[in-house]
Ligand binder design. Structure first.
Ligand SMILES: Cc1cc2nc3c(=O)[nH]c(=O)nc-3n(C[C@H](O)[C@H](O)[C@H](O)COP(=O)(O)O)c2cc1C
Length: 189
């Protein structure tokens, strides 16, 4: 079982990172191999819309620190996508990364059943953290779920609401949900 853990918060011990860690640590105890990617520590560009991935190559033609991450997604069983909500969307670090997954969309994007270049059977865990209530920013959760489904993922999502920027916020219910989900998903495989 291979897990790619993509961390979109600049905060190393922030809410979304801690929830992702609760998931990956529980999974690791059950034998999963986990690779962490702290986007804030990485050098990369956003998508250049060159369409090289759909004309002269079957993968993103930019060469930077997202190159191994995008390759790792190809062979992962589970991919964790975690990000804080910034101004009603994901963090900038996350969005610049996410646009690069355009290279994982097939040229047959209009045919729903054939929209992804990824092998089938992958699960995505989307983790969102925000200061607002759970009812806010549901559009972000819905939009990114839809994008991940386009890439062929079976999507699970956790939203941690009401969390300010302190690292000591009580995120226990979300940590519990993440650990529970790891137990469930690793049992199934
Ligand atoms: C630049 C910036 C913009 C933010 N915008 C929002 C927002 O639109 N809605 C919201 O609920 N929280 C917003 N927040 C608060 C964070 O989403 C919240 O503190 C989150 O729990 C941080 O997650 P993290 O600890 O994983 O980084 C913002 C924080 C920052 C720094």
């Amino acid at each position: 079982m291979k897990i790619v853990n993509i961390l979109g918060s600049p905060r190393k011990n922030g809410t979304s990172t801690r929830i992702a860690r609760a998931f990956t640590e529980t999974a690791a105890i059950r034998g999963a191999m986990v690779t962490d990617y702290h986007l804030n520590d990485m050098q990369y560009r956003g998508c250049q819309a060159c369409e090289g991935c759909h004309t002269r190559s079957d993968h993103c033609v930019l060469k930077d620190e997202l190159t191994p991450l995008l390759a790792d997604i190809q062979t992962a069983d589970i991919v964790v996508f975690s990000t804080p909500i910034y101004f009603g969307d994901t963090s900038g670090q996350f969005k610049c990364f996410f646009d690069r997954t355009w290279s994982l969309v097939s040229t047959d994007v209009r045919e729903e059943e054939n929209s992804s270049r990824l092998p089938p059977g992958k699960t995505a865990l989307l983790i969102l953290s925000q200061v607002d209530t759970a009812e806010a920013h549901l559009d972000v959760r819905e939009r990114y779920t839809m994008h991940l489904e386009l890439l062929g993922f079976d999507v699970r999502a956790i939203t941690a609401a009401g969390h300010r920027l302190q690292s000591d916020a009580d995120v226990s219910p979300s940590l519990y949900s993440a650990a529970e989900l790891a137990r469930e998903l690793l049992q199934d495989r």
